[in-house]
Design a binder for this molecule. Structure first.
Ligand SMILES: *Cc1c(COP(=O)(O)O)cnc(C)c1O
Length: 843
């Protein structure tokens, strides 16, 4: 470490993270002991580590309560515009450490637990992840909640309290097996049930014409029971709310059975209603079209909108009678952001509430709806776009289907007005797809029903305008925007990489935690040999810690001096884990061909879950594990190359892996990854990226300069050209002997001698059906990996580049993203004022 200047010492003293006040420590010890006794009902002779975790969680939660109540009071009094983030997924991970950090009691808790003879890190490991998401989309929602609270916005997350989150992945004989994620088994100390705010949700039934308009009658009711979860801002005394709905059967459910005397059957059938919030659908970027999923989507929208309208009406500005007039104010007081089309039924549901229930005219209701709602698109992959069969909507949500048809009628009139007689355009732009089974295109509904439509990285927003939604862009160009994704620096640096966070704070102060742009100030130290040594020491310590974890949890030994090459994300063909696999096999063949040649030792770690019904993705996992088996057990290979499959990749594992990465793999086919956020996490933690010009990689390269990132492969234009002229994988296979050898090995069972056909279908995909043009990028990928090795051999150069990565990552803070949403879509500004702390008097 450099000798601290007196300035730096002063900073350490004022830093809330470093110094624990004696009074705080003793108060925490007291509260903790009180919770062991009164909440857990244990004494220290019989208390288990889990009891201590819960006692600590309750102690920390106590510090949220007054702040939470005060924040909500403050919103009621000030009545700012509310932001509602609707998402079928919130991939929150753990809450304990994040809460301690954001409330500013981490060091006091550390010290208190130490004085009590307990290991706080061991207790932190007991917390279950809130795994209510699949991947990037769900994690984005979680990062946004952190940023909105830190920016003092009156924001609410609305989602579903799945009883089972994303499945736990076990790798058994190289194959993925799924286990249910029973995350609530021991109780959830962070949530507060609010049965007093339970709301009825209708399904099925039919529509009647009455003199007062359309009536949706004879429905089956399910109740939505809200559970509130605190979202603390970073050291600003703000605590926002994530409200998650749980399905609850009404008392009179199956009244018919009760009356028929089949009491037992009637009670058992209550489960049917409650199944709605039972389990998260484990698909990432795949639309499955199941009835239960449609019910989940409507359940979220209907419950959230009732809640939003109730809060709107309860606001101080209007008396009850004035509400009809003041619904004009709705878009000025309410912004609803749709996280992909999953909650897009909010559009027809808001129309139904305004027209059928509140009695507004269609025109007025439509203006309000469009001005309130905004839609974020997350993918251009056709298999991911939601297209619900009209027959299913008619059965479950008959009134909504009518409303959608009417929206479509008026929308197509506008199209016809602009392009008279253009029948093909009418067909392309209809909300109703007529080829094959009649379906509603939910993206089209979302675009028409929103005032803003955004992509999640510049290149993706451009593709939306020129490709998949081109017709809509031509009709209403003013709606289309870009909002490049971001990640919260609190969890993805301060929490997960305290060594690097402290080093940075020592160098440039702590302002970066809420103003990530400040990391730019590190650029001037990129060539400083002392700073380089400090940065690479932190990385080395993180690698060592990961190596110890891998040995303890998986019994695998890795060489911490080797290059840690990490590829973690959901398994999907478009993300091209197969391309990584081709590289691994190429390296293996090179070692075997020339065992004495100079070789840069690598540990390749791949992790991620496959959707349980995605055959090719599961085969890819199996191939990686089988290749690993051959490579890792070959004495000729030795320490040069190791392949590790990281089981059960999830938020908590990401927090441990990413700080230890040397190289980040972001190798999707250009034009397929909307943004990526994993890429940003690695950059912020000082890994170098090998990647294509896809998603946010493009903007990362812009920020750091091409000399600090390993870009390879086709551009979006080159991909399009190749597709137009016709991609033939054999062209590449036949012209590159190394590639041919690798594909042949996969095809002929080299890695699966007991079943030579095991991976034939993967070879077939690569050679015949590959929509993602893997072989076309093989050569440039292999060459770029050689460049990676060459740079890794020059430690100082590598670290200099790593520092440039960290210093250039400011743009990718979700704080920046949220400020842009606020300015360009919600008309909501950040509020940087701290609320008073609980012990401070109110003005
Ligand atoms: C950030 C994150 C993702 C998204 O990763 P991508 O590489 O952008 O697909 C997925 N899963 C987890 C657990 C994450 O933390």
């Amino acid at each position: 470490m450099a000798t601290p200047t007196s300035d730096q010492e002063k900073r350490k003293q004022i830093s809330v993270r470093h110094i624990a006040e004696v009074e705080d420590v003793s108060a925490i010890k007291k509260t903790f002991n009180r919770h062991v006794h009164y909440t857990l009902v244990k004494d220290r002779n019989v208390a288990t580590p889990r009891d201590y975790y819960f006692a600590l969680a309750h102690t920390v939660r106590d510090h949220l309560v007054s702040r939470w109540i005060r924040t909500q009071q403050y919103y009621y009094e000030k009545d700012p515009k509310r932001v509602y983030y609707l998402s079928l997924e919130f991939y929150m991970g753990r809450s304990l450490t994040n809460t301690m950090i954001n409330v500013g009691i981490q060091s006091a808790c550390d010290e208190a637990l130490y004085q009590l003879g307990l290991d706080i890190e061991e207790l932190e490991e007991i917390e279950e992840d809130a795994g209510l998401g699949n991947g990037g989309l769900g994690r984005l929602a979680a990062c946004f909640l952190d940023s909105m609270a830190t920016l003092g916005m009156a924001a609410y997350g609305y989602g579903i309290r799945y009883e089972y989150g994303i499945f736990a992945q076990k790798i058994i004989n190289g194959e993925q097996q799924e286990e249910p994620d029973d995350w609530l088994r021991f109780g959830n100390p962070w949530e507060k049930a609010r049965p007093e705010y339970m709301l009825p949700i209708n399904f099925f039934g039919h529509v009647e014409d009455t003199p007062q308009g359309k009536k949706w009658v004879n429905t089956q009711v399910v109740f939505a029971l809200p559970y509130d979860n605190p979202i603390p801002g970073y050291q600003n005394n703000v605590v926002n709310t994530l409200r998650l709905w749980s399905a609850k059967s009404p008392v009179e459910f199956n009244l018919k059975f009760f009356n028929d005397g089949d009491y037992i059957q009637a009670v058992l059938d209550r489960n049917l209603a409650e199944n709605i919030s039972k389990v998260l659908y484990p698909n990432d970027n795949i639309f499955e079209g199941k009835e239960l999923r449609l019910k989940q989507e409507y359940f979220l929208c209907a419950a959230s909108l009732q809640d939003i309208i109730r809060r709107f009406k309860a606001a101080k500005f209007g008396s009850r009678e004035a509400i009809r007039k003041t619904f004009d104010l709705f878009p000025k007081k309410v912004a609803i952001q749709l996280n992909d089309t999953h909650p897009s039924l909010a559009i027809p549901e808001l129309m139904r509430l305004l027209v059928d229930v509140e009695g507004l005219s269609w025109e007025k209701a439509w203006e309000i709806t469009v001005n309130t709602c905004a839609y974020t698109n997350h993918t251009v992959l056709p298999e991911a776009l939601e297209r619900w069969p009209c027959s299913m909507l008619e059965y479950i949500l008959p009134r909504h289907l009518q409303i959608i048809y009417h929206i479509n009628l008026l929308h197509l009139k506008e199209v016809e007005k602009k392009w008279p007689g253009d029948m093909d355009r009418l067909r392309r732009m209809s909300l109703v797809e007529e080829d094959g089974e009649k379906r509603i295109n939910m993206a089209h509904l979302s675009i028409v029903g929103s005032h803003a439509v955004n992509g999640v990285a510049q290149i993706h927003s451009d593709i939306i305008k020129t490709e998949i939604f081109r017709d809509f862009y031509e009709l209403m160009p003013e709606k289309f925007q870009n909002k490049t994704n971001g990640i919260t620096p609190r969890r993805w640096l301060l929490l997960c990489n305290p060594g690097l966070a402290d080093l940075i704070s020592d160098k440039i102060g702590e302002d970066w935690i809420v103003h990530l742009d400040q990391l730019q100030n590190l650029k001037k130290f990129a060539k400083d040999p002392i700073f380089q040594k400090e940065v690479s020491k932190v990385k080395q310590e993180n690698k060592l810690r990961l190596a110890q974890l891998l040995e303890k949890d998986y019994g695998v030994r890795v060489n911490p001096a080797s290059l840690f090459d990490i590829h973690v994300k959901r398994i999907h063909e478009y993300k091209r884990q197969l391309l990584n696999c081709l590289h691994i096999i190429t390296l293996y063949n090179r070692i075997k061909k020339n065992p004495t040649a100079k070789f840069t030792p690598r540990t390749v770690m791949i992790g991620g879950k496959a959707a349980p019904g995605y055959y090719a993705a599961k085969k890819i996992i199996k191939l990686i594990n089988y290749v690993g088996n051959v490579v890792n057990n070959d004495p000729i290979v030795g320490d040069k190359l190791k392949i590790i499959y990281l089981e059960n990749y999830r938020v908590t594992l990401a927090e441990k892996i990413i700080p230890a990465a040397d190289l980040s793999e972001q190798i999707s086919t250009a034009g397929t990854e909307a943004s990526g956020t994993g890429n940003m996490k690695f950059m912020l933690n000082g890994s170098l990226t090998i990647g294509t010009l896809d998603g946010a990689n493009v903007e990362m390269a812009e920020e750091m300069g091409n000399e600090n990132i390993f870009i390879f492969g086709m551009t979006v234009d080159e991909v399009e050209n190749l597709k137009r002229k016709g991609y033939n994988a054999y062209d590449y296979y036949n012209s590159n002997p190394e590639l041919k050898q690798v594909i042949d090995q996969i095809q002929n069972g080299f890695f699966s001698p007991k079943n030579p056909d095991e991976f034939r279908d993967l070879a077939d995909i690569l050679l015949k059906y590959d929509r993602f043009l893997t072989l076309a990028d093989y050569e440039s990928y292999i060459k770029k990996q050689e460049e990676v090795n060459a740079v890794y051999e020059k430690q100082s150069k590598w670290t200099e580049m790593a520092i440039h990565n960290i210093a250039s990552s400011g743009k990718f803070s979700s704080d920046r993203t949220i400020i842009e949403y606020g300015k360009d879509i919600w008309d909501v500004q950040p509020n940087y004022e701290k609320l008073p702390a609980p012990h401070e008097s109110r003005q």
